[in-house]
Design a protein around this ligand. Sequence first.
Ligand code: ADP
Ligand code: MG
Length: 258
Amino acid sequence: MHLPLQKDLHSNKISITPSELATIICYPNFSIEDYTIRLNEIHSLGINTILFGGRTKIGRMNIVGKGCVGLVVKVKIEDKIYACKIRRTDADRKDMRREVLLHTIANSIGIGPSLFAHTENFIIMEFIDGLTIIDWIRQQQNLSTYKVRDIVVTVLKKCYDLDKIHLDHGELSRLDRHVLISEHNNVNIIDFESSSNLRKISNVTSATQALLLNGVIARRINGLLNIPKNEIIQILRLYKQKPTSYNFDRLIQIVRMA
Ligand SMILES: Nc1ncnc2c1ncn2[C@@H]1O[C@H](COP(=O)(O)OP(=O)(O)O)[C@@H](O)[C@H]1O
Ligand SMILES: [Mg+2]
């Protein structure tokens, strides 16, 4: 099978070796069985190009990202660019079905990168060209408190939408890895690998903790906004008991006034 590979969108085309392709699609442990299966999947998905580039390094290659379940690379299918999540060979699951199912539920209310296609080992979805919240704050030239407040409110509203349909994301306490801010300050929640529609929901509570109470993002935001932490803690307690729109609106009001 011929698979033209590029090192970077903007550089000259540099083909990578078959062994580098094998490294990416069978990360971290190569086996000929997995490689054959995965090459067939690449073929059936119609992936014709893998575009290298991004902040994560695998050997001498740069890719979009890496987690415990997958590597994410940019790919081209019929001249359109997508993000492709490749199941790691050491992932604690045998396929991507459950993640796809829960991601599909999120998509049904307009949350998460739009899913395009999937196989056992690959998920093809919208590529989000975005920044983490910390990087977004760093990159703002005229950082206004209004803009920061707006991002916080938008993240929380999306979390509330997930709470309302009882889909618990599961990793929003590590918000910096799971929210990307793209052009026009669009907020994107990514990665539904730890999600559940059976567990107690904690999207709003986890995201509020990370944004306003503890950790690196909260420290950064508290340096910009005047967040009354005690009031937030009180209202979060109420919301935890009764995740009603009334309690959620009270939380938003406190943020808006900060
Ligand atoms: N659709 C996407 N668009 C752009 N970057 C993405 C996308 N999905 C994931 N990423 C990047 O890849 C990283 C790893 O993906 P993730 O889904 O979190 O993998 P894992 O389930 O293994 O944690 C993310 O932290 C993010 O930086
Ligand atoms: Mg992840």
